[in-house]
Design a protein around this ligand. Structure first.
Ligand SMILES: Nc1ncnc2c1ncn2[C@@H]1O[C@H](COP(=O)(O)OP(=O)(O)OP(=O)(O)O)[C@@H](O)[C@H]1O
Length: 750
């Protein structure tokens, strides 16, 4: 239905006709609710005097059009007309639009309403999910809800009889009715469980519930619980010296670990420590470097943190990522599980309440150290009036999507004659670091950097001024404004303490964007109140053994997700990518533990080439055939000259990284590590070279096309599941959404 809502179709007329056909109030309200939600309108209000002054016969049209224009304003700011109309439709404080609508449209309760509510309840995916969360699996839900509906209709359940529901509706509307139905249904299902399940099934169900019980993650780390740990939380804005102080403590420790969010950061700390004469090893998912002799420290990516060793000091960087929907579990694991006497957490103040709670729960002593920015950050009162000629040396221009980055680079170079380095999530971390070095070096000839939000983390840049070319980022569905915390993180990169530019400046290309940036920088902190969790391999294995049904691995993960119980401070991390990979490699025979290792491999599921190679690698693993990278990946002889071809080389780099990641888990199959390391270095050098010479053109060259086809062919043709992969993974909206996540995910790939 919502596909109709695009700029080519008239949402207003569509909605108007919908109303004129007199649809149900619930349906209408739910539609409006979704419109409101989509457009972040819930905080807007309709003036009561306006409502009062409107002829009741037109109120529906008024409300709908009000919402339409608001929705249009948000989804299409370019539309001045919509903007003007929207400005005239202000909402009062006392009544939310939904309440207003509900009251305006409230219909008399009758039997047809009861039927409609029950039918909606039965179909509602959220209700099914909520029931799954409290232990009623979807198969049982389906049966139980049918009986429940009959029982309500027959008046067998006095707690939610027609009269009770009518009263609830009169008092508080649809939401209250839904709540009442849900609580009655839960009670009904609990009491009648034996009707839908055999004794044995109930037994299995209970043990599945037990295995997927993630309510007490602190208990998973018994040794850490026996220690008297002290947690020191360093919080402050970017460039305030949090990490500097935590690392000073690590340097003086007898032994310790640094856990960072990116390979890039783990490398930086590894190099910094060794340069200072403090022996330090490196452990990331794809690489191990061991220093000979007595080694005191380890620098690692957070997922790879060693939970088994007793340590003096641990530093966990960017602790606010504990709330990351995909990777949050790794920070939770490190915080709860590290056996360190002293744990230093560095991050922004949004985590203070959550860390306090978590430490209280496990009886860890907590000290909070708050920091202030070391150098001033000034927000300019003038934009660049949309003219690239105002860009000057030391600027970092922030924009999103590779296409836009290269377009902006070209325009700046044309308008100013300055050369631009580029940084975006899709580039290998090593290349990002090289580009940063070029920009930092005053003699390199690269005076400006054009970057995505990938500059927000892990790079030391001598930026004088951050220029937002846009403050919106495509999230797969629409262009959404960056959150205040994203703006703060990016803007904070200007004026790094101890560099040539000690006073940072922030501006935007356009006035409107600059206003938004200014507001975002002054916005209050939004707290992160939940920490991510992910089951470990043993839990998944146990779960699989307990599950008598023959289900695919993605279905198994889905069941785990449905049944898992988490406590209020936690959430279960997203299984979405895990399920995509699981479907992709389902035909390959392997143990549950190995399969889980494959599905948790750090791949970007939106990258077609990487996914195809992952399938190929899984097949070779299934056959226990040695897998030689050199026979699968061939790089071009020359550096690509267009962004499109460069992108393919970036994918090739990700394939090599995946190979290396697998080589540490399955060394008997993924044997050509040396070759992979050498190919990786060559790939990086080609990418680097390509960035110096790249031409902005949308056409692909014949040569590179054939090279890429060669790589794709090897991986894809041999994959019997390719058709399936295409259907499941790389079509339409799904594909677009994954592409959207490309940049972000690369930023976080450890
Ligand atoms: N006391 C200090 N003496 C010398 N240099 C310092 C001091 N404190 C911080 N710095 C330097 O200032 C810069 C910013 O510090 P740091 O990276 O610790 O900040 P941060 O708050 O962790 O910021 P971010 O979140 O951006 O990493 C670094 O280059 C660091 O070396």
């Amino acid at each position: 239905m919502w596909t109709k809502f695009n700029k080519h179709s008239s949402f207003f007329h569509w909605h108007k006709s919908l109303i004129s056909r007199n649809p149900s109030i619930q349906y209408h309200t739910a539609s409006i609710e979704r419109t409101l939600d989509r457009s972040r309108l819930l905080s807007k209000r309709v003036p009561s005097n306006r409502i009062a002054s409107i002829d009741p016969s037109t109120t529906r049209h008024f409300s709908t059009s009000a919402i339409f224009y608001r929705a249009q304003t948000y989804s299409n700011r370019e539309s001045g007309y919509a903007d003007r109309r929207a400005r005239n439709l202000q909402y009062p404080e006392e009544l939310s639009p939904l309440q207003t609508l509900a009251r305006l449209h409230r219909k008399e309760w009758d039997d047809s309403m009861l039927k409609e509510h029950l039918a909606q309840f039965q179909r509602n995916g959220n209700i099914r999910k909520q029931c799954g969360e409290v232990g009623i699996p979807p198969s049982v839900f389906k049966l139980a809800v049918q009986d429940f509906v009959k029982a309500v209709e027959n008046g067998d359940l006095p707690k939610c009889g027609n009269e009770v529901l009518e009263n609830a509706y009169e008092e508080s509307g649809v939401v209250r009715v839904r709540k009442l139905l849900l609580s009655s249904f839960l009670e009904y299902a609990q009491l009648n469980m034996s009707k839908y399940m055999s004794e044995e099934q109930i037994q299995t169900f209970s043990s599945l519930r037990q295995i997927s019980d993630l309510r007490f993650p602190a208990d998973w780390y018994a040794k850490a619980r026996q220690m008297n740990r002290k947690v020191i939380l360093h919080v402050g804005p970017t460039n305030s010296g949090k990490t500097y102080n935590a690392l000073r403590r690590l340097e003086s420790a007898e032994n310790g670990i640094y856990c960072g969010p990116l390979r890039l950061l783990a490398h930086e700390i590894y190099e910094r420590m060794n340069a200072k004469g403090i022996p330090c090893n490196l452990v990331t998912g794809e690489e191990r470097r061991e220093i000979s002799g007595q080694v005191r420290l380890v620098s690692s990516t957070v997922e790879m943190a060693n939970m088994k060793k007793t340590l003096d000091v641990a530093v966990i960087d960017e602790i606010q990522m504990i709330g990351d929907p995909e990777r949050g579990w790794a920070w939770t694991q490190a915080l709860l599980g590290l056996q360190a006497h002293e744990i230093h957490l560095c991050g922004d103040p949004s985590v203070i309440p959550l860390v306090k709670e978590l430490c209280e729960n496990v009886n860890d002593e907590l000290e909070i150290k708050e920091y202030k920015r070391l150098s001033p950050l000034i927000t300019s009162n003038k934009s660049l009036y949309n003219e690239f000629r105002h860009i000057r040396p030391g600027d970092a221009v922030v924009t999103f999507s590779r296409y836009q980055i290269f377009a902006v680079k070209r325009m700046i170079e044309k308008a100013t004659g300055l050369q631009c380095a580029v940084v975006y999530g899709g580039l290998p971390p090593e290349t990002r670091s090289q580009q940063a070095k070029l920009f930092n070096d005053p003699n390199s000839g690269y005076d400006v950097i054009v970057a995505s939000d990938a500059i927000g983390m892990g790079l030391n840049l001598n930026v004088k001024r951050i220029v937002f070319e846009t403050v919106k980022k495509f999230d797969g569905k629409s262009h959404r404004y960056l959150t205040p915390s994203q703006i703060k993180q990016i803007a904070g990169r200007a004026g790094r303490f101890g560099t040539a530019h000690e006073v940072g400046e922030v501006t935007a290309m356009e006035d409107g964007d600059l206003r938004y940036v200014t507001k975002a920088l002054n916005a209050a902190v939004t707290h992160i109140d939940v920490a991510g969790l992910q089951p470990n391999a043993e839990m998944v294995e146990l779960f699989a053994h307990q599950l008598s049904e023959n289900v695919s691995f993605s279905q198994l993960l889905q069941k785990f997700e449905d049944l898992a119980q988490v406590d209020g401070q936690y959430f279960l991390c997203n299984f979405r990518d895990l399920k995509i990979i699981a479907d992709q490699i389902q035909p390959v025979e392997m143990s549950i533990a190995d399969r889980y290792a494959f599905v948790t491999s750090p791949v970007n599921t939106s990258d077609v080439l990487v996914m195809a190679y992952l399938t190929k690698f899984a097949q070779m693993y299934g056959k226990k055939e040695p897998c030689h990278l050199e026979s699968l990946v061939r790089l071009p002889e020359q550096a690509p000259t267009t962004p499109e071809v460069l992108k393919e080389l970036e994918s090739a780099h990700r394939v090599i990284m995946l190979y290396l990641w697998l080589s540490y888990r399955f060394p008997d199959v993924f044997v050509s590590v040396e070759n992979a390391i050498e190919t990786k270095a060559r790939c990086e050098s080609l990418i680097h070279e390509s960035l110096q010479t790249i031409q902005f053109s949308r056409k692909r060259t014949k040569f590179s096309r054939s090279k890429t086809r060669h790589m794709e062919d090897i991986a894809l043709q041999s994959s019997s599941d390719y058709g399936n992969a295409k259907r499941k993974g790389f079509n339409g909206a799904e594909r677009r959404e994954r592409r959207r996540r490309n940049d972000d995910q690369q930023l976080y790939t450890a």
